[in-house]
Design a protein around this ligand. Structure first.
Ligand SMILES: Nc1ncnc2c1ncn2[C@@H]1O[C@H](COP(=O)(O)OP(=O)(O)OP(=O)(O)O)[C@@H](O)[C@H]1O
Ligand SMILES: [Mg+2]
Length: 301
């Protein structure tokens, strides 16, 4: 029978990008990048967000692609409300991918490739969607359109990537794996259509502070402690770790924070129960409890 440690390692590796997924992701984002470059004057485009930082969970979706506008496009768009550049990007993407596949979001345009996710959260190694993010340079930072506030918002993906890298290193290279697990829990369909924590980037931001004291060597304990710390601090204000954009915790109102709190407390309790089952020697039951908590990518064997 598989041990708990082996199960967690398998779970962790299932949440990592494999070669086939990378190949498909690369094909998809390259196509979108090449297309956008034929429609707008782009100074530079690159992958950002959790995909670029290796904190993206499964099923693989919403790969962020940053498009830094050239000086001329910046002059055209930056003085206008954020909705304008988003509308124009939306229109161009609809021309290629069709109305049904393209969706305007707060700060990006989502392009969906119509991939179906099976009951085990597998997608036959295909990427579900990408997020196209128009941006302008602002010194060493960037500004992106934010339709939720009606203003352009400062951001800096390099700073976020640096913080994640440092945290990972300080946690014996287990930090990103744990972040992916917590984000996978957040995606678990048992929570219904609304994820407990929104945006899921908030989990990563909180983990910068909530995973501390160094890796203690056991996934089950680390996960339990993480859920418990996330619950304790989910109602706090969480600023952009780069000190530039709007608070990451602004994605939830008080009612939604209360709901997230309750669900995190429940998760921490479920984790304690699973640990207890293993301690009593009920390994099969413990594995089932972890799978119930996380979802189908947690292995039973
Ligand atoms: N409020 C904010 N202020 C500044 N930068 C932000 C803010 N929110 C998000 N970002 C940046 O934009 C990136 C993309 O945002 P997004 O919501 O897609 O998060 P993500 O980290 O990619 O997580 P997910 O796995 O859910 O896609 C973030 O990774 C972060 O670098
Ligand atoms: Mg993202």
């Amino acid at each position: 029978m598989i041990s708990l440690d082996e199960a967690f390692r398998k779970f962790k590796s299932r949440l990592e990008l494999n070669e086939r997924e990378q190949t498909n992701a690369s094909k998809r984002h390259t196509e979108v990048r090449e297309y956008i470059r034929t429609k707008f004057a782009i100074q530079r485009d690159f992958l950002t967000g959790s995909y670029a930082r290796h904190t993206k969970t499964k099923p693989l979706k919403d790969i962020d692609i940053f498009f830094v506008l050239s000086a001329s496009e910046t002059e055209k768009y930056h003085s206008q409300p954020p909705s304008k550049v988003l509308e124009d990007f939306h229109k161009v993407l609809v021309d290629k991918y069709g109305e049904a596949a393209v969706r305007k979001q707060g700060r990006s345009i989502n392009v969906d490739f119509g991939v179906v996710v099976d009951a085990d959260d597998n997608t036959d190694y295909r990427v579900l969607s990408v997020d196209v993010v128009p941006a302008v340079s602002a010194g060493s930072d960037y500004e992106i359109p934010n339709n939720d506030t009606g203003k352009w918002m400062k951001t800096n993906p390099e700073i976020h990537a640096g913080k994640a890298r440092d945290a990972h290193q300080a946690f014996s290279s287990e930090w990103k794996g744990l972040v992916r697990m917590a984000k996978y829990w957040n995606n678990n369909p048992k929570h219904g259509a609304d994820k407990p924590v929104k945006p899921s980037f908030l989990i990563e931001v909180m983990a910068l502070e909530c995973l501390h004291g160094g890796w203690q060597g056991r996934f089950d304990y680390e996960v339990q402690t993480l859920f418990s710390s996330l619950a304790d601090r989910i109602k706090d204000e969480w600023k952009d770790p780069a000190g530039l954009g709007s608070p990451i915790s602004d994605g939830m109102d008080d009612a939604r924070k209360e709901r997230a709190y309750q669900m995190l407390v429940a998760a921490s309790r479920e984790a304690s129960n699973a640990i207890h089952l293993a301690r009593k020697g009920q390994n099969t039951e413990a594995l089932k409890a972890w799978r119930q908590l996380f979802g189908p990518k947690f292995p039973l064997s």
